[in-house]
Design a protein around this ligand. Structure first.
Ligand code: SF4
Ligand code: SF4
Length: 354
């Protein structure tokens, strides 16, 4: 009798590797960046694998996917991969195919870059397109910011690499907690409770348990719940459980900017991002205030950092106080860490209050 297939998950990644990767698995000696967007990995066997990194807008059309797949079929045996930052990497085993591929990408206006001391594609979350709790959009802001910073994607003229991330609420399913510059959508008001409909739509025990700060208590009289405002950190988890606890607030939802996050262990250890700008208006469709703030931070860092110094390292050297002085950003009460009140109010760096 044929064995039932129980594993219907993704195929083993090794099945998808280009032949040159399989043949040289564990044998790669080094890699280098030949020019912006083009890397070469060299194996101890002498084999060379060229990687051409192209930018994608993350939310891509079927047409775009067909185009890049056609290019992969033509120049690299059909092998390409999406990186976690939504770049598309063509894995080219024939050196002669690199320049023709670059020429076709240029003709299609698909940018190549994001390597070395550059700003690579911005990793971001779902925003208004897919998620139900965003305080702001994701792809819209990212498009507006990257339009302004585009030259840094295709060149490598910055002092070090710079990673930007966006998350559209503080649940941060992006890399906002550990990026050089982070754009974070913030809710600033306690969810509004629809007492009349809550018991018809939601399970109160599940709703109560969904709150990470124990701000929610049952209200048996109303067959509903109460929220202790002092304990609420506006995370929106309750809204995920129950549509009668509305966290979205178009008037008060806003954008904040964080700096100095780092995920690698090189030179200094990994760092969480720190609050730099607590409030910027949520201003679609082009978010001019956010674009200007991010560009300003990039330019001040680029003008003042030493070669190889990432945002966190630069801030470490000059001090947090000096960072505010040089950038001209106001230091406000929102920037003050207040862990002493954490037990009663959960007030701390990532959960600042308004
Ligand atoms: Fe949803 Fe928050 Fe993730 Fe944005 S960051 S996609 S709002 S969970
Ligand atoms: Fe609790 Fe978050 Fe809901 Fe506030 S928004 S009540 S902290 S689950």
């Amino acid at each position: 009798m044929a064995q039932a297939r129980t594993d219907i998950g993704p195929p083993l990644y090794k099945d998808m590797l280009p032949p040159i990767c399989k043949e040289n698995y564990g044998k790669w000696r080094y890699h280098e960046i030949i020019k912006p967007g083009v890397l070469v990995h060299v194996s101890e066997t002498g084999a060379k694998l060229y990687t051409v990194r192209a930018g994608s807008p993350r939310l891509v059309s079927i047409q775009f996917i067909r185009e890049i797949c056609d290019l992969a079929d033509k120049y690299c045996g059909g092998y390409l991969r999406f990186t976690s930052r939504h770049n598309v990497e063509f894995l080219v085993s024939e050196e002669a195919n690199v320049e023709p591929l670059l020429a076709e990408l240029a003709a299609k206006k698909i940018p190549v870059g994001g390597t070395g001391n550059s700003i690579t594609n911005i990793v971001h979350t779902q925003g208004w397109v897919h998620c139900h709790t965003p305080a702001t959009d994701a792809s819209g802001i990212v498009k507006s910011v990257m339009d302004e910073l585009f030259e840094y994607f295709t060149t490598m003229k910055l002092p070090a690499k710079l990673r930007i991330a966006l998350a559209c609420c503080l649940n941060m399913c992006g890399a906002v907690h550990c990026s050089d510059i982070a754009i974070l959508g913030i809710h600033r008001t306690v969810p509004k409770i629809d007492h009349e409909n809550l018991h018809k739509m939601c399970e109160i025990p599940t709703l109560t348990a969904s709150c990470p700060t124990a701000a929610i208590r049952p209200n048996p009289k109303l067959k509903s719940i109460d929220i202790k405002a002092d304990r609420c950190m506006y995370c929106g988890n309750c809204y995920t459980m129950c549509p009668s606890v509305q966290i979205i607030d178009p008037k008060n939802d806003a954008v904040s900017i964080w700096v100095g996050g780092k995920i690698s262990n090189s030179r200094i250890g990994p760092r969480f991002s720190r609050l730099a700008i607590p409030f910027l208006p949520n201003n679609p469709p082009r978010w001019p205030e956010v674009v200007e703030a991010v560009k300003h931070l990039v330019e001040v860092w680029a003008a003042n950092a030493q070669p190889g110094e990432r945002m966190a390292e630069w801030i470490d050297r000059i001090s947090w106080e000096k960072f505010f002085e040089i950038t001209g950003l106001p230091f406000t009460d929102k920037h003050i860490d207040d862990f002493t009140l954490a037990q009663t109010t959960f007030r701390c760096t990532t959960q600042f209050k308004w």
